[in-house]
Design a protein around this ligand. Structure first.
Ligand SMILES: [Zn+2]
Length: 348
């Protein structure tokens, strides 16, 4: 998860109302949104979705909380009001906002405003801008704009810059927590790699399947079984970015976990997969370490099952989980592939 998400969650968890006005959070189980600091029952983190403004939360189908009344803005002090105004301005104009000028207009030095911004929002201005760009890509992806176009429109300049800076913020959210492309168009591509043929499929929101095998037509058949209600179409051109990232990942280069994903799974599986995505290339965790990481230290076997059920090889790097004694454990796509991947990443 990115820092902004982290600091927002901290504010929600500690009922810290100093960021009230900067964002609101929606709880998917109740469809109600609150300001940070609300005294209502603590939500589960996986049910929480953040919005910069109350109108965004309204648009996403949430109702405002009667207890904390997030639509009635209360600002604690003038500096906070300026920080909130800067947030709104960045949301509209992003990188083109002159922070020095903005600060002067509010009667502060640039340094002071930047410092207050970091304190209140939890991340520096530049990080916030990066986050906003990633959000714009997500919105564009949902409106079915071609991936590359969405990336460039959001101001990344190239898909490379996007995968380097923007993609982590597109990790799983409740909004994309839907069944992998039921009844919608899924495109796919395939590539031949040193560990076998890799087939990758994506919805408009992100990668929904990456399978490794020996025979392309078998892999295609498996996709049809996995997404029986979707229209599957080969689109090598549309997925060229994804194919490139995967081709490099197989050789232990780059980081496929930065690709946007669209997965369906149980809450437990999602927690495991999310943890796996945070294991950097060149590192491994044991099954029990993952279990500790997700807060269920005794669920080691269930962690193993969640790894085995991973629908997106490489993108959720389940090959980076090994046994405590150093042996490989299992791998849905064959132990040979797992061993080769770890070798390429220099951990074997
Ligand atoms: Zn509330």
């Amino acid at each position: 998860m990115n820092n902004l998400d982290e600091s927002r969650w901290r504010a929600v968890q500690s009922r810290d109302d100093s960021a009230a006005g900067v964002f609101v959070y929606g709880v998917s189980s109740t469809r109600i949104y609150c300001r940070p600091g609300c005294k209502s029952r603590q939500p589960l983190r996986q049910n929480v979705e953040y919005f910069a403004t109350t109108s965004e939360a309204d648009a996403a189908g949430y109702r405002s909380c009667r207890r904390c009344r997030p639509t009635e803005q209360v600002f604690h002090d003038a500096a906070l009001r300026s920080v909130v105004a800067l947030c709104r301005s960045l949301e509209i104009n992003q990188a083109s906002v002159d922070i020095g000028e903005f600060a002067a207009a509010c009667g502060y030095s640039e340094r002071h405003l930047r410092r207050r911004f970091s304190e209140v929002v939890g991340v520096p201005v530049a990080t916030y801008v990066r986050f906003l760009r990633a959000e714009r890509v997500r919105t564009a992806l949902q409106s079915k704009v071609p991936v590359t176009e969405a990336i460039i429109e959001a101001g990344y300049g190239s898909s490379r810059a996007f995968y380097e800076h923007g993609a982590p913020q597109l990790a799983m959210t409740p909004g994309t927590y839907r069944a992998g492309g039921r009844g919608e168009r899924i495109t796919f591509t395939s590539l031949v790699t040193p560990i076998g043929t890799v087939i990758a499929a994506a919805t408009e929101r992100g990668v929904c399947a990456v399978r490794i095998g020996h025979d392309e037509s078998t892999l295609e058949e498996e996709l049809k079984v996995e997404f029986p209600n979707s229209s599957l179409q080969r689109d090598d051109e549309g997925l060229v970015d994804v194919a490139q990232v995967l081709a490099r990942a197989v050789r232990g280069e780059g980081d496929a976990t930065l690709l946007p994903i669209d997965l369906a799974g149980t809450a437990f599986q999602m927690r495991v997969w999310d943890t796996l995505r945070r294991i950097p290339p060149g590192k491994t965790l044991t099954y029990s370490q993952v279990a500790v990481e997700i807060g269920s230290p005794r669920a080691v076997r269930a962690v193993g099952s969640a790894c085995a059920a991973n629908p997106v090889a490489l993108v959720v790097p389940c090959h980076r989980v090994i046994r405590q004694d150093g042996s490989l454990g299992g791998y849905r796509w064959g132990l040979e592939a797992k061993e080769a991947l770890l070798k390429f990443e220099g951990t074997r």
